[in-house]
Every structure is written in structure tokens, then in C-alpha cells.
Design a protein around this ligand. Sequence first.
Ligand SMILES: [Zn+2]
Ligand SMILES: [Zn+2]
Length: 311
Amino acid sequence: MLKISNKIAVFLHVRPLIRGVISCRGIGLVLYSGLADFAGATRQIARNIEEGRRVLRFSLLGSGSSGNALFIAGPSSKILIDDGLSLRQVHARLAEIGESLDGLRAVFVTHEHNDHVTGIGPLARKCNVPVFVTQRTYERFPQAVGPLPHVHFFESGDAVDVDGMTLTSFNVSHDAVDPIGFAVECDGVKLGVASDLGHVSSLVRMRLKGSNGLILESNYCPRMLLAGSYPPVLQQRIRGRTGHLSNPDCNSLLASLLHDRLRVVVLAHLSDENNRVELALSLAAGVLGDHPAQLHVAHRHRPTPMFELTA
Ligand SMILES: [Zn+2]
Ligand SMILES: [Zn+2]
């Protein structure tokens, strides 16, 4: 059943590219696509099913408190989730993996912390792309973000469709005003994204379930945090339910998400002070055991390889 909500009806007036809204069991699905593009994407998806081709490709261009940006390419469009990097860094890191911002359709935002949003203003203005964000997060954007050419509001729990790529948002527990994670789905392939969260709720687990690719925060080793140089107040903030996910928390989440069609696991947002890449990797490898999924870690200052998820 097609139903246009008041909230999105406003979008229909101001954004001619948005064609309609389907409301399904309380989840708003925004169809964000030109009709010609949509037909092309549909044909492409059909070919992908036939040939078992790559459907979703992704790379973390940077991860952690120095700046986060997740680049995702679907069959016919590209998006970013968060951008805490300079425009120059985004260009350089995309070039390293043989990609570019050409054809970028949207930037989505998980929360307002500097390491996730400082690059959004320059990028959105330069590429003239819309920013999809919850209203409460937008209202807390640092001033440095500046004016944005197009802003689209959605609520935590909504699903937004960009050229056949559906991003379903879900609430996470973090010390931001309205933090969210995403499940990105396209043609039966699913990428789950959960970073900057202090606690794994049953909602988080449910939304990530069945993912073929997982990006999970593995922020700190509890022993290193305790023995490290951070003052007790900061340690408490990191360890708390609205802080960050520890290696053991990440591992128990990963253990609960294993299934036959899991292909790639990327550990993200590692602390420079309170974690080590080898430690996080070896613990997660222990969880995977004989499971054939690839295991990687996202780095702070260089992009991961471009991972591919096939139908
Ligand atoms: Zn962060
Ligand atoms: Zn954060």
C-alpha cells in the first residue's frame, strides 16, 4: 500500500528526485531515485542475480577518532556513511582503491561527533549531494560543518532507499543525541554497520542478523584501558553503556552473528591508546574459528581494500 506521510510530503515538494514513500509496518521507505535510474538499476540487479556478480562493495576510508568514512557502492550508485575526513583525504583514499566521488548520491550520518561529521560540509557542497540525517543529530552538528545544500531528515528505525540500496537505521547506545547504526541491503545482500556503541541491545543484534558483511566496533582492550593513561572519568565514559564497544563485547556480538553466508568481517574504530590491531584480530579470529569469512581491521589513516559482497 502506498502512503505518503506528512514528513515526506514536504520532501516531495522540495526534492523532485524523491518519487514517493511506502509506509510498511511503521517503517518509512523513501524511494530516492530518478525513474530512468531506477529502471537501469533494476536491469542491473537482474543481471547480478543471473551471474552471481558483486552487488555491494565497500571500503572504510578511515576509522577511529582521527576520522571515519565508509564508502559503499551498489549496482548503480555510491554513498558515504559519515565523513570525518578532509575532502583532500577522501579524494586521496578513494584514489588508492581505484574509486572516486563521481556518481556519489548521498551521505548518511550515524551521529554528530566530530570524527564522523567534520568533512560533511565541504564534501556535500563540492559534490552537491544530499545529507540524510536525523533532525536531532543535525541540530547538534558542529558549526564547522557549515551550510549544507540539501538535508533530508529521517527517524531512527526508518529505511531509506537510494537507487535500490536500502539503508535501515537502528538506534544504538552512545553518548550522542540520536546515534544510529545501519543495515545496508541490496538484492538480497546485507552489510551491517555498528560502530560507536557502548552496549549491544537485542535490537542491534536483530538488525545485524543475517549480514553477509559486518563492520563492528572493537574499540578497546579492557585491561589496556584500565592500565593506560586515560583519567578515570574518561575511562568510565568509554566503558559505560553509552561509550564504545570493547574487544570482548565485539567478540560476543560476532559469535551471535555467525552464519553460513557471512563473508567479510571488518573490525572498526580501534583505539590508538587502548588496543592493538594484532590483539583485536587474534581475538576475533578465535571467534571465527574454521568459519571461512575474511577478517580485516580498519585503519586510522588508510583505506581498507574494497570488499565485495555477491548475491
Ligand atoms: Zn567515533
Ligand atoms: Zn562517537
